[in-house]
Write a protein that binds this ligand. Structure first.
Ligand SMILES: *[C@@H]1O[C@H](CO)[C@@H](O)[C@H](O)[C@H]1NC(C)=O
Length: 226
């Protein structure tokens, strides 16, 4: 009988140990998921998530103002390099101001379906070397720092369709491969519009009010460069 009791006690001890170590593993996993992200309270209403490789995304779709966005990115951000910034369907943010993203850099910026009118000069300057994809479609953007494009040394994709660009932007980039500018109100494309984007292989400019198609090396009418 004593033997059976001892056996049960050992069994209970073993099970207890297993239960504890599972809980510890879970806590460790949660730590890992949180670890590169800033304290959630500091960045609220933005939400940071990290994958197993510690790539962080931050979703600021719920920000209520430019000032609030600036406060989020002026909080303590231990690891300021993010994979992506998402601000989707936001009906408050009109200007992405210089400095509002603090020290944060991104590979992908996704500000879509909102009321954004302006991206200020140098607003994305922390991401000059890192940004590969810009998605700022379906807003009301009339001002964007296109003159800085050559400084974005990893940029391959620029999507700005359905905005309020009134003139065809100066496109100067060694890296840019695809540009989507459909559904903007610009009325003409300059003859040299594509001369300084030598790696561009696709441009979409459909559904603009382009009345004058100036002859150039690119046939914009079928929207795809060979
Ligand atoms: C778009 O932005 C302009 C300013 O650039 C503003 O006057 C206009 O009201 C905006 N349109 C909408 C639909 O928000």
């Amino acid at each position: 009988m004593a033997g059976l009791h001892r056996l049960l006690a050992l069994l209970a001890l073993a099970l207890g140990t297993v239960a504890v170590s599972v809980a510890e593993e879970k806590a460790k996993d949660a730590d890992l998921r949180r670890l590169p992200c800033p304290d959630p309270h500091d960045i609220s209403p933005c939400v940071c998530t990290a994958d197993e490789q510690h790539n962080m995304d931050i979703d600021c779709s719920q920000v209520e103002s430019e000032d609030q966005l600036a406060r989020v990115f002026s909080s303590t951000i231990p690891f300021p390099h993010f994979h992506a910034l998402y601000i989707d369907g936001n009906q408050r943010l009109k200007v992405l101001r210089r400095g509002d993203l603090g020290p944060a850099s991104f590979e992908l910026i996704h500000i879509t379906g909102g009321v954004l009118e302006e991206v200020q000069e140098e607003a994305l300057s922390q991401s000059y070397p890192t940004l590969s994809h810009i998605y700022i479609q379906e807003n009301n953007v009339s001002r964007f720092p296109f003159a800085e494009l050559p400084l974005f040394t990893s940029l391959v994709f620029l999507q700005m369709h359905t905005n309020s660009l009134e003139s065809f932007p100066g496109l100067d980039s060694d890296t840019l491969q695809q540009v989507v500018l459909s559904d903007n109100p610009f009325g003409e494309i300059p003859l040299d519009g594509f001369q300084r984007v030598k790696n561009l292989y696709s441009i979409s400019v459909s559904a603009n009010d382009v009345e004058i198609l100036l002859p150039g090396k690119v046939d914009v009418s079928h929207n795809d460069l060979a």
